[in-house]
Design a protein around this ligand. Structure first.
Ligand SMILES: [Zn+2]
Length: 458
């Protein structure tokens, strides 16, 4: 078996690897590159292989940096199955359409400018229609069921504990085992199960996003959230929570639900203002097979942490605008997570200039994003090209991170005792630090492949 690394190679986006076994060509992940526009544009548009030559795509989870280039792959001639867990497929149905819509809108905006300058117009990377074509190729499997690719190659999905439906992929061929971690979650994330321990493998391809960092205890999230809600309520202000639609929004809701149930926070209205988040939350309700014990107990009691008194899902733009007129303190959870687009921009615009309000940052904010500027407390920020003065309080909570930290990653390696390790999905500095750490722990055969690098495996 041969592997070639085409994405998330010494970086964190564009996950993509090609496995070649017997005469089969299997694409592992088909993610979008994100980052500097011109660079990622080129990488996303041109595949380094002929999409028609690929027999099958296997996905670890639904995040766009792992799945977002599928519509383009299908548009360029891929005809096989796209295989993932059932929950991943349901999330993809929403996310790929949403991504198609974003690409259409982006190019529409860009073309308006190009037209004025009489420059050639652009085509979107893919459209909603292209996304719908890709969705027809999806094929769902349950966790732990065996998928036979050839007589001598099979694989199964194990729990990765990262987001709903996320999996590690365990390949078996001629008595040898190859494990790809996908994005590995942490112990005790709310709602979903902990990552599985797959036992001994021969080869491990592991993510390394936080190869050199440790997270604070996840259990502190509820206490921190409680304190921020109480402080905001005491000021009679609004709590604005920029949040990713998949995972983070549901985790924050789960904590609010628990705090409410125990009467530990004041009663205030909670609005989830994002059509995608509302739909994703419905998918969460439909997949109890992914729940951890605590969530399963609630499910059996017919309790629903995504539907409770004072919680409202906003889908219509008109209703979203009404939130500017609120007279009582409220919690508004909205996307995009890094405050780069979407309805959160309107809520920030209406709330950050007043010190009675609070912004709560719950996720990683990439450099140069509005979210990062607010998290750093920069006083003058631009929203829709207009300057605003940040006067509201800002709190950052990193407890909600859905990625394994250095210790989790190291434990996973110790559990799997691989002879050979490949590090993917990490910035170079994180990878190098983790590689040194592995070496100190006796794991000497660690590779950090660059884009285009191939290896013979088993
Ligand atoms: Zn992910």
């Amino acid at each position: 078996m041969k592997i070639t690394f085409y994405g998330a190679a010494r970086t964190v986006t564009g996950s993509m690897m090609l496995l070649e076994h017997d005469s089969k060509r299997i694409l592992l992940e088909c993610g979008l590159f994100q980052g500097r526009r011109s660079e990622s544009e080129e990488l996303n548009r041109k595949f380094p292989f002929d999409p028609k030559s690929i027999d099958m795509v296997i996905l670890s989870h639904a995040h766009i940096d792992h799945s977002g280039n599928l519509p383009n792959l299908v548009k360029q001639g891929f005809e096989g199955d796209i295989v993932a867990t059932h929950a991943t497929l349901d999330l993809l149905d929403l996310m790929l359409r949403d991504s198609g819509h974003i690409h259409e809108k982006d190019v529409e905006y860009l073309n308006k400018k190009l037209k004025k300058k009489h420059e050639p117009l652009k085509e979107p990377l893919y459209t909603v229609k292209d996304a719908e074509h890709a969705l027809r190729h999806l094929k769902g499997y349950s966790y732990y069921s065996t998928v036979q690719v050839t007589d001598s190659l099979q694989f199964s999905f194990l729990e990765a504990g990262h987001i709903l439906g996320s999996s590690q992929i365990l390949f078996e061929s001629n008595g040898k085992k190859l494990l790809f971690t996908g994005d590995l979650g942490r112990q005790h994330l709310p709602i979903i199960r902990n990552p599985d321990n797959p036992g001994k493998v021969d080869i491990l391809i592991t993510e390394s996003t936080y190869g050199d960092r440790t997270h604070r205890n996840i259990k502190m999230s509820q206490e921190e959230l409680k304190s921020v809600i109480e402080k905001t309520y005491a000021k009679r202000g609004n709590l604005i929570v920029p949040s990713f639609s998949v995972g983070r929004t549901q985790e924050v809701l789960f904590d609010i639900y628990n705090l409410r149930r125990e009467n530990r926070i004041p009663k205030m209205k909670i609005f989830v203002d994002s059509p995608l988040s509302s739909n994703v939350t419905k998918v969460f309700k439909n997949h109890p097979e992914c729940y951890d014990k605590e969530m399963m107990e609630l499910f059996n009691l017919k309790e629903n942490p995504f539907e409770f008194e004072d919680l409202y899902y906003i889908t219509e733009a008109e209703d979203s605008k009404q939130l500017n007129m609120l007279k009582e303190p409220a919690i508004i959870i909205s996307s995009s997570g890094m405050c780069e687009a979407g309805r959160i921009l309107h809520h920030l615009k209406h709330n950050i200039t007043d010190k009675k309000n609070t912004v709560l940052i719950t996720g990683f904010m990439a450099s140069d994003t509005l979210g990062r500027k607010i998290a750093e407390g920069i006083k003058k920020v631009k929203i829709f090209s207009e300057e605003f003065t940040l006067r509201s309080d800002v709190y950052s909570m990193t407890e909600y991170s859905a990625h394994a930290d250095r210790n989790d990653l190291l434990n996973h390696v110790k559990n799997t005792m691989p002879e050979k390790i490949f590090l993917v999905h990490g910035e170079q500095s994180q990878m190098e630090a983790f590689s040194k750490n592995l070496e100190m722990n006796g794991f000497k055969s660690t590779n950090m492949p660059v884009r285009g690098e191939s290896h013979e495996l088993i």
